[in-house]
Design a protein around this ligand. Sequence first.
Ligand code: KIV
Length: 275
Amino acid sequence: MKNVLTFQKLKDNNEKIAMLTAYDYSTAQVLDSAGIDGILVGDSLAMVALGYENTYNITIDEMLIFVKAVARGAKNSFIIGDMPFMSYNLSIEQGLENASKMIKSGAHAIKLEGCNDHIIELTKRCVESGIPVLGHLGFTPQMMNTIGGHKVQGKTADNTEKILICAKKLEEAGAFAVVLELMPEVSAEYITRNLNIPTIGIGGGKYCSGQIVVTDDILGKFTDFTPKFIKKFANIHDTALQGVNSYIKEVKEGLFPSQKETFDLEESEKTKLIK
Ligand code: KIV
């Protein structure tokens, strides 16, 4: 059973940490069987599973449905519930209350975006209350409107230093790891080298302590757009399309269901139905 200590242990042993997202029971089962180090029930599900344009529209109560499904499917993985937009920004009490809902729904930890004073205080209070926190720096999707779109962060040495200061504050507050999203490889490597806790890159190059991506992206299931940092390891969309096309064809041609997929009736009963 993976737990919060798995992350630091892997980093200290110079082993990479492999994380993926999951939003549903059967995907969680696949990741769990494969021995993934951590599963994030990311708010990306607003776009990937629910078809919204961005992550702003998902609520904490909706997130909990997906967290519960993943927890039922992944029995050995470390599950992190992503705190959605405005579910932790109003007050420490609001953040703690919603973080505790995540844990009660089966998550083992939560993820918070950013590092202003409120987030640092909330991180401390969560950790003190028994809720491990994964930080998230670099490009933080919940700030997209403020940043002005999907922009690579840490593009100057100064900016990289600022992100490192943030990461160190999160480390001091007790975060067990920090996601670094959309950053030049050298910047993410610099931050990784100067932190004790692991960094988990997404579009941050290979020198982070581990990697996370959206499962539906790497398996070719979500096809609305493909970020530059995504490599496709399978093509579920095309495989599924082929399967559905074959199903339609066989139904139309009367080939499905065949005898094999059909329930039989005793001969003596059959005769009673011939009129
Ligand atoms: O919501 C999400 O899926 C994320 C990424 C880090 C994968 O935040």
